[in-house]
Structures are given as C-alpha cells and as structure tokens.
Design a protein around this ligand. Structure first.
Ligand code: PLP
Length: 440
C-alpha cells in the first residue's frame, strides 16, 4: 500500500532503483532504455559522475541561502553563462524550480511590464491550441489542451487560443509550406485585432510543440512572421522552450533555427537534466529596464528561487554538454535516429507522420493513414504503446487527445544526448514491436 497520491491512482508502478547512462533499473533488476528522458528531462542520461561530484561539493559548501538575504555563486555563474548564449536582446535570468513556475513567472513579468509602462489595459494572453505550458492555474489557462483544462475551467484566467502551426493536420492540399506558414501566423494578427490590440499583453508558443502534439516544429517563415506581428502591435513574445530547449533540437535554443529572438524565453527540463529541479525565465533588457526604472522590484518570488544546489547541477550539466561536444551528437544522432524511424515506420499503416528536430522526434499514430483518421480514443493506443514498450525495456512518452481533447495519439522520443548508433537501433527495434502490437 502506498501513501503517495500518484497521478494514476490504480496503476502499479515499478520502483526505480538506479540509473546509469541511457538506462534506468527497477527493483526487480529490469533495465529500461530511457528513450524519452522521462519527459525530455534527462539530457545527460543517469548517474553522470561529473554532475554527481558537483552536487556533492555544492552540498558540502552551501545547500541553501534565501534570496531576500543573499545572492549565491552558482546562480550568478549560471546566469552569466545562460545570458552569454542567449538570443539577441536577452539580458537577465530568473531562476525557479521547473517549467510551470517559469511560465507563470513569465506571464506575471509580461503583466507587470505593461503596468510599469503605463499600459495597464494590456492583460490578454493569446496562445495556441495543442500546446502545454504547465499545470499551475495561469499556465494551465495558457495551454491549449482541452482535456487538461476541462475540470478547472471555472478557475482559469482569460486566454485566447489560435491554431498552432501543425502542417500534418492543417496545411491544405496544394498549399505551399511558405503560404501555410503565413496563413497560420495571420491567425495571430486577426485575433489581436479582434480583441483590440491595446488589450493584448503576450503571445505564448512552443517553437517545437512537445507533450501535446509530439514534436511538431513550425514550418519555416512562421515564427519570423509571428515576431513581426508581435512587434507591430507591441505584444510580448514568450517562447516556451521548457521541453524543446537547451540543446534538445540540436541548437542551444530551438528558436535559433527559426531565426528569431523572443522577449522572454522559458527553459527547464534539460537545463538541469533531472539532477535537480530547475527552470528559468530569460528576459529581455527592455523588460528588465521597465522594472529597474519603475518600481524597482519584480512583484513575485518563491522560497527556492536561485537555489544553489539546483544552479550548481545545471552548471555541471551544461559544462559537460559543452566539454563533450554533445550538441553535435544531438544533430548527428538525431539525423540517424530519424533515418531509422523512417526506414521502420515510413510505410507503416498506422504511422501518419514522423517529425521533429534533433533528438526530439515524434510519431503520429492513425487508424487510417490515407485519411489521417485518428484511432478511436477508447482504444487508448498511445497508452498501449507505452505499456508494450515498457515490457520490452523501453521508455517512450506517449500522449492522447491531442487533436481536440479526445482524439489523436502520438509517441514522443527524447533520448539522452549521449546515445550512439547501437542505442538508436535498439530504440527503433523495440519501438517497432510495441507499435505493431498496440496498433494491430
Ligand atoms: N512547458 C512545456 C512546453 C512543457 O513540456 C512542460 C512540461 O512538460 C511545462 C511547460 C511544465 O513544466 P513542469 O512540468 O516542469 O512544471
């Protein structure tokens, strides 16, 4: 009998006892290749000795110091490092304990920015359907996944959702990619105008949509147009790279590949690689200046912001990624894994789309490939793939209800940046069997 309120109350979970490299081990001694990094978290794999050493040292030196009394070295060093590699115009970092907290803080920064600037009427948030930004009330309101929002709807703040840039589902026959990207972005301008441009404070989007759509990057040109529209109407662009950021797509930030810089960028998961809970908002100079020249404070905060252990873990993780040239491995192994997925599933009757960037790849599972018809949700095909994969010693991250809250199944792969070809081959072999059984 457990006294933990687990997410799935009736599921019987194996007990994780250890982890080494790309594998996790359970109590019974079974090994699982972590092909999804949990939820795109474990970018260095498990038990990395350099990170463990850094954590031991930090625990011996300073485990905690409240930010109303002190700053601390790991947090200062991590901020310097992140700002040195940040998109243009980003000047400061705000450290929290995870992705939801980062997005919640970004929303509050956006609001306070306009209050400081004397535009208090700006309060509306526009985001996209098929997006996930977290599970706190503000971020849940911002995310577009209907199933997650449903029970909490009466508690949610006002947000407005447009369609995401999701070529497999929304690009029309005969429409070029460029035309589709512009049409998808036009939905933002139309919505801003419908709501009243001076009432909109922010547009929030994931450059590569993760949990709710299965590694969907925008088509080229989409985000450039989004940036122009935000600039035209003075709307802040918040990019949520909690899942797709920190090297996962082959560049440090996913938005580099879209050729744009946001006003705020949120990061988490791969920042600390799971060795400690950490997230951050990377914010633009203009936002910092509005606070610094205005009230002189950001009216927000949590007990564990700038946590020394969390910042030390993130510094160690990022040091290893740089020292070992792991972003190059993400690009190389990402291309290889994709090639293997295409060879195995390119003609699979129930795989409609194979997509993603770097080591952030997704399969959309369909009942009818020609008609792109999703499976009957009652079959819970995504859950069946997860179960069959676990039986074969493979962890993958599936989701359902991704099209409209009930229909749509996909599987997400986000393995550690350290994988080699042999691991990629085993992932595809085991996933192939799991998909065959679950969709057959
Ligand atoms: N944003 C995105 C894009 C995510 O994928 C997630 C988590 O999956 C979050 C935000 C929320 O992060 P956390 O679970 O650390 O609060």
């Amino acid at each position: 009998m457990t006294h933990i309120l687990h997410r799935q109350i009736h599921a019987s979970l194996p007990v994780a006892k250890g982890g080494r490299g790309v594998e996790l081990f359970d109590e019974a001694g079974n090994a699982y290749i972590d092909a999804c990094g949990g939820a795109a978290v474990s970018c260095l794999g498990h038990g990395h000795p350099d990170v463990v050493d850094a954590l031991k040292k930090q625990a011996e030196t300073l485990a905690y110091a409240h930010t109303s009394f002190f700053t601390n070295e790991p947090a200062e060093q991590l901020a310097d490092r992140l700002i040195a590699g940040a998109p243009e115009g980003i000047s400061h970092a705000y450290f929290v304990s995870g992705g939801s907290e980062a997005n919640e803080a970004a929303l509050k920064m956006a609001r306070q920015y306009f209050v400081e600037k004397g535009e208090p009427q700006r309060r509306r948030i526009i985001a996209r359907r098929q997006s996930y930004h977290g599970n706190t009330l503000g971020t849940l309101a911002t995310g577009g996944n209907e199933w997650r929002r449903e029970p909490f709807r009466p508690l949610l703040i006002e947000t407005h959702h447009i369609d995401p840039c999701y070529a497999y589902r929304y690009q029309e026959a005969g429409e070029s990619e460029e035309a589709y990207g512009l049409r998808a972005a036009q939905a933002l301008e139309d919505r801003i105008n419908a709501l009243g441009p001076d009432t909109v404070m922010a547009f929030v989007a994931e450059p590569v949509v993760g949990a709710t759509a299965g590694a969907v990057p925008a088509v080229s040109g989409y985000f450039k147009r989004i940036r122009e529209i935000c600039d035209r109407y003075g709307v802040l662009l918040i990019l949520d790279e909690v899942m797709c950021g920190m090297g996962r797509t082959g560049t440090l930030h996913a938005c580099e590949q879209d050729g744009i810089a946001p006003d705020m960028l949120t990061i988490a998961k791969g920042l600390g690689g799971g060795y400690q809970p950490i997230g951050a908002v990377l914010l633009g100079q203009h936002i910092f200046d509005a606070f610094a020249e205005g009230s002189g404070l950001f009216q927000h905060g949590h007990t564990y912001i700038c946590h020394p252990m969390a910042c030390a873990a993130a510094l160690a993780v990022q040091d290893v990624i740089e020292r070992d040239g792991l972003l190059a491995n993400v690009r190389e192994m990402g291309a290889y894994l994709r090639e293997r997925l295409e060879a195995r599933f390119g003609n699979h009757a129930h795989v409609g789309d194979i997509r993603g960037r770097g080591l952030f790849l997704g399969l959309e599972l369909v009942a009818d490939r020609g008609a792109k018809e999703p499976f009957d949700p009652a079959r819970k095909v995504h859950a069946a793939v997860k179960k069959e994969a676990m039986k074969r010693g493979l962890m993958v991250y599936p989701s359902g209800g991704t099209i409209d809250g009930t229909r749509g199944d996909h599987v997400l792969l986000a393995p550690p940046f350290i994988i080699d070809r042999a691991v990629a081959d085993t992932i595809v072999e085991r996933l192939g069997e799991a998909v065959d059984v679950a969709t057959g």
